[in-house]
Design a protein around this ligand. Structure first.
Ligand code: IPE
Ligand code: IPE
Ligand code: MG
Ligand code: MG
Ligand code: MG
Length: 306
């Protein structure tokens, strides 16, 4: 399952978009598979741990984050092949965040990407460890670039994104005990989702050795896109179906989560997501036609149905 096959219609740019997105997802999936296979052969004694890792990495998903790494690199004139380790690293951090997010101590979800959650198959202990493995391996991947200063800059960007995500997840859990508040929702979403998406765009720009002003512009693009992405996720939780999303719906309200629809209502939430996307589009306007695919991805984020 990947972004193009499921979302060609909502991307709205017809066959051309399907082509480039399809090519991206195939390349990313192949690189993820190759990497996990090489780690499996090197760690044969921990086969069940690696099976748990593989279960969550190979389980599909839209691959939005690695696509953003590759596309921001390409938009800045860089060689996107070189950005692949960074793209895989971000997908590993994302997969780790999902495995832990579903644990009974967190959101207690039994379904992810249309399949039983990791802990439902491998048990809680291995699910925790699979997440830990993915996080450590992500930073290992970043050290593979021969350019030491690029590796260091990648590591800083990914650490900032990951720390933001973890901080946001902590606030999300604690927020279940508090009255819903617009400012708290903004605080949580900015961290749990937007920071990692911002890191994707910064890493792509870093890989292309983009000038600082462009790095900042793409960071801004990622942050606005990330905010809109989580607003859309909140909206889908209350308007879509388990079949379409591959994860349970209606869970946020039951769990007293701090969400946009709870804080602002459906209409205002949609309007806020649109505003964020307009800001994202503005941030990549200076790229001109080189930013076309980033603009397409931005529109997709709020039009998506899963
Ligand atoms: C789900 O992310 C978690 C959020 C930050 C909302 P995605 O919707 O990108 O999940 P996959 O990777 O496509 O399954
Ligand atoms: C999770 O947000 C964000 C993460 C950092 C994983 P949600 O808890 O809303 O994500 P889903 O809806 O379970 O995918
Ligand atoms: Mg959660
Ligand atoms: Mg969740
Ligand atoms: Mg959600």
């Amino acid at each position: 399952m990947g972004l193009p096959s499921d979302h060609t219609a909502v991307v709205g740019a017809g066959a051309e978009a399907a082509d480039w997105l399809g090519e991206r997802v195939l390349r990313i999936n192949a690189a993820l598979e190759t990497h996990i296979a090489s780690r499996k052969s090197a760690h044969a004694s921990h086969s069940r741990l690696l099976a748990a890792v593989e279960y969550s990495v190979a389980a599909g998903g839209k691959r939005l984050r690695p696509i953003l790494v590759l596309e921001t690199c390409a938009a800045c004139g860089g060689d996107d092949t070189r950005a692949m380790p960074a793209a895989l690293a971000v997908e590993f951090v994302h997969a780790f965040s999902l495995v832990h997010d579903d644990l009974p101590a967190m959101d207690d979800d039994d379904l992810r990407r249309g399949k039983p959650s990791n802990h439902k198959v491998y048990g809680e202990a291995l699910a925790i460890l699979a997440g830990d493995w993915l996080l450590a391996e992500a930073f290992g991947l970043l050290s593979s670039d021969r350019n030491g200063s690029l590796s260091a800059a990648y590591a800083r960007a990914l650490a900032d994104g990951t720390l933001g995500m973890i901080e946001g997840q902590a606030a999300d859990i604690e927020g279940q005990e508090r009255d819903v508040s617009g400012s708290l929702v903004e605080f949580i979403h900015e961290r749990k989702t937007a920071r990692l998406i911002e890191a994707c765009c910064r890493m792509g720009a870093l890989c292309a050795d983009a000038p600082p002003s462009l790095q900042e512009g793409l960071g801004r693009y990622g942050r606005h896109l990330g905010r809109a992405f989580q607003i859309a996720d909140d909206l889908l939780d209350c308007t879509s179906s388990t079949e379409k999303l591959g994860k349970r719906t209606g869970k946020d309200a039951n769990a007293s989560k701090q969400t946009y629809p709870e804080a602002f209502g459906l209409e205002q939430s949609r309007a806020r997501a649109e505003r964020e996307i307009n800001q994202a589009l503005k941030a990549v306007a200076p790229l001109g036609a080189k930013g076309d695919r980033l603009q397409e991805l931005a529109r997709y984020v709020i039009a998506r149905e899963s």
